[in-house]
Design a protein around this ligand. Structure first.
Ligand SMILES: NC(=O)c1ccc[n+]([C@@H]2O[C@H](COP(=O)([O-])OP(=O)(O)OC[C@H]3O[C@@H](n4cnc5c(N)ncnc54)[C@H](O)[C@@H]3O)[C@@H](O)[C@H]2O)c1
Length: 425
């Protein structure tokens, strides 16, 4: 443990929990072989030497391993939480006391503290930003325009953040290039789908202890996250219905074997509702009014805006109580509705977020994208970039190798055949 006198700047709940956090970070590391290989190379090559990296990410065991990797690459790293409820306080403590990484995050922090923590990151004048939801980039552009020119480039972890960045770029408001890590195939095909799928079920079950088998589950949004949740719920024996606004995705859900219905019909039919749209007020007053007594709601989209919580509170007229850890009961008079993890990301608020094995790929993409922008920022324009294909392929190759799985190589004859146009019927 680092001695108190030389601890980095921090605001965490309890440094006394550092040893517990260290144990859990090391446990996660066992499932992150790709990131470990990147870290070992970073230690040798120091591709981020002296670069100030400001990160706004969920403070979890997996993020701790990413922070270690960036530090091993020579970066000066500062971390704040990207959600008030996702911080693991033991991990935050270990980052400060065991790894000497400046960390600003307390689970359950209020909105002002959340933004004070982001400001602490901004105060270090980051040259690379690493966001999950675009809050750090937004803060720099709205409150600190003079600092924008100091930023070489950024990276963004999630769908919602990428949408916000694309909107900024379309408005001509984005001041530096950002690599959309979410767009890497080795990120969203696995993290959004299998990671969020499993951990969303985990969060709901931990919070409520409900039996999924036989339950009528409504999933709003059939994107990567929604598909993952729907397939995992079905795997537990749920009856799954999907609500979509996109015709192709609705058709996909139907042919994957799920019922497709409107929010109004789903509100009457469902027993458990999970949102994963990245949109606003997906379930709102009229839906709450139609839901059955005992219905449970949770959200796995990035912001706590998918359920209209103001309307829910209004309907309950103050009759809200915590009935279990992470479960609030809203008494609407004739019936009671339940909300898990305050409508925030349920997999992080009520469970541990994605399993490390999947974050291995997402965060290897993050580390390699940071290395890429450190090397190539001068050639990039202020817009949103996809992760270079070479990085995506390298992450997949390393993951397969770590799992001991070999790819079948094409024979020279096959390689020539697929590259030619002369062959026909
Ligand atoms: N919980 C987590 O750990 C985690 C992980 C990854 C992504 N996310 C977040 O989850 C959200 C979804 O991500 P994704 O990658 O699946 O995005 P996506 O764009 O692939 O899917 C979103 C889907 O929601 C649909 N949709 C939009 N508005 C809707 C509405 N009003 N009703 C029904 N459907 C609607 C869209 O048509 C789309 O198919 C984003 O906010 C993303 O940032 C969370």
């Amino acid at each position: 443990m680092t001695t108190e006198a030389i601890l980095p700047a921090h605001d965490v709940a309890d440094l006394g929990r550092a040893a517990e956090g260290l144990r859990r970070i090391e446990w996660a590391e066992r499932e992150m072989p790709v990131l470990r290989l990147v870290r070992e190379r970073f230690e040798r090559d120091r591709p981020l030497d002296g670069i100030r990296v400001g990160a706004c990410l969920h403070v979890t065991t997996e993020t701790a391993n990413l922070m270690r990797t960036l530090k091993a690459g020579g970066a000066q790293v500062v971390l704040a939480a990207s959600n008030p409820l996702s911080t693991k306080d033991d991990v935050a403590a270990a980052l400060v006391a065991e790894y000497g990484i400046a960390t600003f995050a307390r689970r359950g922090e209020d909105r002002d503290t959340y933004y004070d923590h982001l400001k602490s990151v901004a105060d270090t004048h980051p040259q690379i930003t690493m966001d999950d939801g675009c809050d750090l980039v937004s803060l720099l552009h709205s409150d600190r325009p003079d600092q924008v020119k100091e930023v070489l480039a950024g990276t963004e972890e999630t769908t919602t953040g990428v949408l916000r960045l694309k909107a900024m770029a379309a408005d001509g408001a984005l001041g530096f290039p950002v690599v959309a890590v979410n767009e890497a195939l080795t990120k969203h095909l696995f993290d959004n789908r299998y990671g969020t799928g499993q951990s969303t079920v985990d969060g709901i079950v931990r919070a409520t202890n409900m039996l999924i088998a036989g339950r009528k589950v409504v999933i709003a949004g059939y994107g990567w996250v929604g598909k993952g949740i729907a397939s995992r719920m079905a795997g537990h024996g749920a009856h799954v219905a999907v609500v979509e606004v996109d015709p192709v995705r609705a058709l996909e859900a139907l042919m994957d074997g799920f019922a497709v219905m409107t929010h109004a019909d789903a509100a009457r039919w469902g027993e458990l509702f999970v949102t994963a749209t990245g949109n606003l007020n997906v379930f709102r007053r009229e839906h709450f009014e139609a839901m059955r007594d005992g219905a449970v709601m949770a959200n796995s989209g990035h912001f706590d805006a998918e359920l209209d919580l103001a309307a829910l509170r209004d309907l309950a007229e103050g009759h809200v109580r915590e009935v279990r850890d992470n479960v609030q009961e809203f008494d609407l008079g004739g019936k009671k509705l339940h909300l898990v993890a305050e409508g925030r990301l349920v997999n992080l608020g009520a469970a541990e977020g994605h399993p490390a094995a999947v974050m291995d790929m997402s965060f290897a993409n993050q580390a390699l994208s940071a290395e890429y922008v450190a090397k190539h920022h001068a050639e990039l324009e202020p817009r949103v970039y996809v992760v270079p294909e070479a990085i995506d392929a390298e992450v997949a190759r390393l993951k397969l190798a770590a799992l001991g799985i070999q790819l079948e190589p094409m024979t020279p004859e096959q390689a020539a055949y697929v590259a030619s146009w002369q062959h026909g019927t």
